[in-house]
Design a protein around this ligand. Structure first.
Ligand code: KIV
Length: 274
């Protein structure tokens, strides 16, 4: 799918049909200006629950609420026209059962205009995914490192190594069979990500996985160098806006203290001297 040839925002079926073709491009977004910046370049934009860490200073994604997702979803929707918007279901909004998953997925779509939701989990979420998809809520799955389970996974570690390999393959097959239109593979060894990509008939979207995935996603604040609390090995910084912003703020503070701002060109000089 070429970003320049798009006439309308892709739908979940378009994303599914991109399996094995030109890699899908995706980033997270949480605000209107960021969404505007990436709209023409992305096939889909994810309103990720990473918003809790990168914009709200939370220590993990666990404290993100439905209200936060709705607020940021509405902001992102104002900034995109040609990309599809996918929105994360926050921790605690779908794990209880399929009815809860449908209710909150439908609410996120209705309130924000998102074209699909994303939820974390494999085999254990298959029944919920099947129920939601059958009732009109397209689902993107997320397996491998699932940050909402950080306390049971024991840290932000690479997943699917050793004995866990077969379980991750089973997760991928289960979400594909249940009707997910794509699956995010986070922090999965390259060979395993390639194997899963070859095995299932829906696009794999890699984050810390393999260039062989059907698409890639990054947290936008990571790739722009705006989020500097830590940097995962798989993140490539395409800009260093955090450093540049800090230097700009320091320069402004120096100017103000030296009475060098505002200078003549910044002030309204229309008052005639008395
Ligand atoms: O919340 C998020 O940003 C995500 C991506 C890392 C895939 O789920």
């Amino acid at each position: 799918m070429s970003a320049t040839a798009k006439k309308r925002a892709p739908m979940p079926d378009d994303i599914r049909a991109a399996k094995g073709g030109t890699p899908l491009v995706s980033l997270t977004a949480y605000t209107t200006p960021m969404a505007e910046m990436m709209d023409e370049h992305c096939d889909f934009v994810l309103v990720g629950d990473s918003v809790g860490m990168v914009l709200h200073g939370l220590p993990s994604t666990l404290g993100v609420t439905m209200d936060m997702m709705v607020m940021h979803g509405k902001a992102v929707a104002r900034g995109i026209n040609s990309a599809m918007m996918v929105i994360d279901m926050p921790f605690g909004s779908y794990e209880e059962g399929r009815e809860q998953g449908f209710r909150n997925g439908a609410l996120l779509m209705a309130e924000t205009g998102a074209g699909a939701v994303k939820l974390e989990g494999g085999v254990e979420m298959a029944e919920t995914i099947r129920f939601m998809v059958a009732r009109g809520v397209p689902v993107m799955a997320h397996i491998g490192l699932t940050p909402q389970s950080i306390n049971t996974l024991g840290g932000y570690k690479v997943q699917g190594r050793g004995d866990a390999r077969a379980a991750l393959i089973a997760d991928a097959k289960a979400v594909a069979d249940a009707g997910a239109f794509a699956v995010v593979l986070e922090k999965v060894p390259e060979g395993l990500a390639d194997e899963i990509t070859a095995l299932i008939d829906i696009p794999t979207i890699g984050i810390g996985a393999s260039a062989g995935c059907d698409g890639q996603i990054l947290v936008v604040d990571d790739m722009l160098g705006l989020f500097t609390a830590f940097k995962a090995k798989f993140v490539k910084r395409y800009a260093h806006l955090g450093e540049e912003g800090a230097a700009a703020i320091s320069a402004y503070a120096k100017d103000v203290r030296a009475r060098a701002f505002p200078a003549a060109e910044h002030v309204f000089a229309d008052e005639a001297p008395k």
